[in-house]
Design a protein around this ligand. Structure first.
Ligand code: 13P
Ligand code: SF4
Length: 305
């Protein structure tokens, strides 16, 4: 049954010149059939550079919106229209406009996990892999408004020492593991290296050895001589970590580390997406044109060092 669905997906992908992009948190069977897997920045870059007519985005709404903004000529499909990101919904354009009025001279850096309308009134976008580089690229005397993730914002503030005003948004999945969970598992596996995503709250980040985006975690593990890792982020990434490093061992910081929205994408829904153009994500041209400026600035900043 599963194999039959995969064959139909592959046939339709070829016929329709479609490219399947999957985030590192997607269910394992979705990552396995994707043309490209990656973190938010890698997938944004791939969405602009691939020459497909259709992008099937296996991720959540803000990712599909970002692909549509960066590649307006492509049809972008999100296989489940309700796969949203609760953190992205923690700020609206009206709220950001009000904040900007309060800090009229500040530069707005907006995490890519945000609605298109919020990006449209931001100066820069960033992802977890380049927030520090983006902030460091801004004139040192400028104050920064960082929205919507207070945890990534705080992490960036600590790394850069900059004057950053935080918005109180957060990822409801990354609060599932507590510092006590991480400390306990570190005691059980004293030789393991702990990798935490910067969306984790401060007390969890403080227990970790490295703070990395999902794409950076995959690279770190591949290049490391260590053999045991505690992973403080969504457990979908463990599928690819195991696949790429069969000789290494991974312990989730918590079994509860699951993003229910990422798990809404199924093989059946990917097939329906390709069969019936479900669901087309199109950002209105005027919003897209303004949001593209902030996204282009993000894509253009290359990591330092
Ligand atoms: P990255 O894959 O860019 O690290 O982002 C994590 C995330 O929460 C995406 O929603
Ligand atoms: Fe949003 Fe968190 Fe899920 Fe990422 S893991 S899509 S930030 S809710």
């Amino acid at each position: 049954m599963t194999q039959a669905i995969i064959e139909k997906i592959n046939k339709l992908k070829k016929e329709r010149n479609a490219c399947l992009l999957a985030h590192n948190y997607q269910p394992g069977e979705i990552q396995d059939i994707a043309d490209f897997t990656g973190d938010s920045l890698e997938l944004s870059r791939k969405a602009s550079s691939c020459d497909a007519d259709i992008i099937v985005f296996c991720g959540v709404l803000f990712m599909a919106e970002t692909a549509s903004i960066l590649s307006p000529q492509k049809t972008v499909l999100l296989p489940d229209k309700d796969a949203g990101c609760p953190m992205a919904d923690m700020i609206t354009a009206a709220q950001l406009a009000e904040l900007k009025q309060k800090y009229p001279d500040a530069v707005v850096v907006c995490y890519v996990n945000s609605p298109a309308e919020v990006k449209a009134i931001s100066d820069y976008c960033c992802t977890s892999s380049n927030a520090v580089d983006v902030v460091n690229s801004i004139d040192a005397d400028r104050q920064i408004l960082f929205v919507p993730d207070k945890n990534l914002g705080q992490f960036t503030k600590e790394k850069t020492g900059r004057d950053i005003v935080l918005w109180p948004g957060y990822c409801p999945t990354h609060i599932f593991a507590t510092a006590e969970d991480v400390k306990k598992i570190r005691t059980e596996h004293p030789d393991a290296v702990t990798l935490a995503h910067p969306e984790c709250p401060g007390p969890v980040r403080a227990c970790a050895d490295e703070h990395l985006s999902t794409g950076q975690m995959l690279k770190f593990v591949k290049n490391s001589d260590k053999t045991e890792f505690i992973i403080a982020t969504e457990i979908g990434i463990i599928h690819t970590l195991k696949k790429e490093n069969p000789e290494k061992t991974f312990y989730p910081a918590s079994e509860k580390f699951i993003c229910p929205n990422m798990k809404k994408i199924t093989l059946e829904k990917v097939l329906f997406a390709l069969e019936d153009n479900k669901y087309v994500i199109k950002v209105p041209d005027d919003v897209a044109a303004r949001a593209r400026k902030a996204l282009d600035r993000m894509v253009a900043i290359l990591p330092k060092g």
